[in-house]
Ligand binder design. Sequence first.
Ligand SMILES: [Zn+2]
Length: 353
Amino acid sequence: MAYIQFFDTTLRDGEQTPGVNFNQQEKIQIARQLETYGVDVIEAGFPIASDGDFHSVKEIANVIKTATVCGLARSVERDIDRAYEALRDAANAQVHVFLATSDVHMKHKLNMSRPQVLASIKHHVAHARKLFPIVQFSPEDATRTDPAFLVEAVQTAIDAGATVINIPDTVGFTNPTEFGALFRYLRESIPRFDEVIFSTHCHDDLGMSVANALAAIENGARRVEGTVNGIGERAGNTALEEVAVALHIRNDYYKSESGIILNQTKKTSDLISRLSGMPVPRNKAIIGGNAYAHESGIHQDGVLKEPTTYEIITPALVGVEKNSLPLGKLSGRHAFVTRMEELGYTMTDDEEK
Ligand SMILES: [Zn+2]
């Protein structure tokens, strides 16, 4: 059984959602709930970005005791040093260093050549490793990077001391078949693949972020990054609750486990929804208001006789009180009678007809 680490970036990538701003007190409340939820790593912010971000990361580092607290840093010494200042008192700390490796980013954004990018990775990962026992490196825009150059970049980071390699689908471009194949290619090309932890970070631009993350796990990823409710930049990130429940319900297939306390799912989702001001769509997997509701008469009759006829997830598993049988145009007698009984009415056979 493989253990999959959960890396939550609700407080960093999630806060990049347009219109979402958490204040420091809210960030601490979220971090505490994430720890209760069982995530392994909390990406608390980007300490160099602002004094506010720096102080939030520092406060979170002070209160979180079991999860690892992470700070983001560009491949710039002062970013890494600032992350270290914010995280030096954490019980468990890691830094997340990134640099883009795709031709389009290197040319238009960084104005750097391939050799310059490799030199920067080598220098900055080594610098980070002097300060942090756990150093995660992300080749930004990995899925649009020339695969051979991606191997060079990843190998350079590992040689410089990176302990976690995160492969981001920064722009939500890939699909599960390609992303799984990319992890297989990395596993075949990187001799020390099993000595470091490979991680996945996906975006939902094409609606495939959860499927892509699961494809990575099938092909050797041992860490999954994402956010609660899938909030994040543009169309959002991998929804961690969906990955956690998929690994649990389809354990027969994925043969993986996580530290996520599944019955904290609803409580965690509600907190993020309330503090972010982003309501969860009713039809959203796992946590949507309709996820455990059955309206068709045939489904209602089946669920009343035996829930597993139409429910693969019990509401209690994720901390939802119970399923619901809304009475609508397609509802049947069985659900109607059950509802009347719940309301305290006993119906005679004649009345039921
Ligand atoms: Zn992202």
